[in-house]
Design a protein around this ligand. Structure first.
Ligand code: BG6
Length: 369
């Protein structure tokens, strides 16, 4: 049941406030994050972790990349993110202090399952972030931290993605608390950001009309670039993946700082570029660097679509379109910024007359290696 929407993807985009809210629910107790499934692993075991490897494929891997920033910041544990299908083949260094976190909506992705089994065989502690109750990967893992996004039908992941980021943030806050690396003020501001999140996600969902108009004139676009810095970088990768998956448009995401090291050569007259602009309040240095990037690409003819926080007028002279999202902390920006990018892919796919929910050549869950 599409609930009156033209596609499951549209319905699922609008369900994101609940996906996030339900994933948080019951896991914040007296202003602190506590995930019972992690508590069961034993605090001593959590304190011994000296390295985290996140494994996932596709959209889930971008959630992993975003989660890595937060876990490192709050729990002060080095985190690396590896694609599941690359993991085994590099003879990975796994020690007693390694924690492997898999991220999978379906919990059945064969590449990810095989990576998890490889780690289990070597005695590594495994945690599964999964959206599907009792799927194979969470059953095989030492602990399962479920996302509660509800069933996701559209092949292109939307609500599961924001729920995955949310779950990884909760894991980071839990680990930071247990390990004593999370300062009281950092915990308070993260918990406040989590509290505000469902309503803010709903506001970001309301960008639909603006994005639909934007997509309308871009129906013939053959290439779109996405730029972001810090957590905006994996968000840019996700924006590009969505467009490839359902609109069959060539798209690439870049780290904004990398622009001058190559990608700026792609900028030609009329090239559309989405730029994820960090908050000038919480990340003033990154903000000013991204604004410089916008000036550089604009001077070379790019059509700039800037996603900024409300009240940030710094890009107005250089952006062709400005999409505004609510004010939050830097780490939480991806959960809001990605939503207009999801709408954009959906609207371009629709404008091209494509099947939004069932893109060619793709399956919701890939159960072969
Ligand atoms: C792909 C899907 O094949 O698998 C993507 O098309 C998804 O949408 C990826 O992100 C990973 O799937 P899962 O179930 O492991 O999160």
């Amino acid at each position: 049941d599409k609930g009156g929407w033209s596609s499951f993807m549209a319905k699922e985009i609008t369900e994101q406030p609940d996906a996030v809210g339900n994933t948080i629910r019951g896991r914040v107790v007296d202003g602190a994050v506590e995930i019972p499934e992690l508590t069961e692993l034993g605090d001593d075991r959590l304190r011994e972790i000296d390295r985290i490897i996140i494994i996932a494929c596709g959209t889930a891997s971008y959630a992993g990349m975003i989660g890595a920033y937060a876990i490192e910041q709050w729990a002060r544990i080095p985190v690396e993110v590896q694609l599941s299908h690359e993991f085994r083949y590099r003879d990975p260094i796994l020690t007693d202090g390694t924690l492997l976190i898999s991220v999978s909506q379906s919990g059945e992705t064969m590449d990810t399952l095989m990576a998890v089994k490889y780690a289990i065989e070597r005695g590594v502690t495994t945690v599964s972030v999964c959206n599907t109750q009792s799927a194979t990967i969470p059953r095989e893992s030492d602990a399962a931290v479920y996302t509660h996004a509800g069933p996701e039908v559209a092949v292109a992941s939307t609500k599961a993605f924001v729920a995955q980021i949310t779950a990884l943030y909760l894991i980071g806050l839990h680990l930071g608390r247990v390990r004593g690396t999370l300062a009281a003020d950092a915990q308070a501001s993260a918990v406040a950001a989590l509290d505000a999140l469902p309503a803010q996600v709903a506001e970001a969902v309301d960008t639909h009309e603006q994005i639909a108009q934007l997509a309308h004139w871009m129906a013939d676009t053959r290439s779109v670039l996405f730029l972001g810095r810090h957590v905006g970088y994996p968000t840019a990768l996700e924006g590009a993946l969505k467009l490839k998956e359902i609109a069959y448009i060539h798209a690439e995401g870049f780290a904004a700082g990398e622009l001058k090291h190559g990608p700026i050569a792609l900028i030609d007259h009329g090239q559309p570029v989405f730029v994820l602009v960090p908050s000038p309040r919480t990340a003033p240095v990154m903000h000013s660097k991204v604004v410089s990037n916008i000036q550089e690409i604009r001077a070379r003819g790019a059509r700039v679509i800037a996603i900024v926080e409300k009240g940030d007028t710094s890009v107005l002279p250089y952006a062709d379109d400005v999409i505004r999202i609510p004010l939050t902390d830097t780490l939480f920006e991806p959960l809001l910024q990605v939503i207009p990018l999801q709408w954009f892919a959906l609207e371009l796919s629709t404008a091209k007359g494509l099947d939004v929910d069932q893109p060619r050549n793709l399956a919701k869950s890939v159960t072969v290696e």
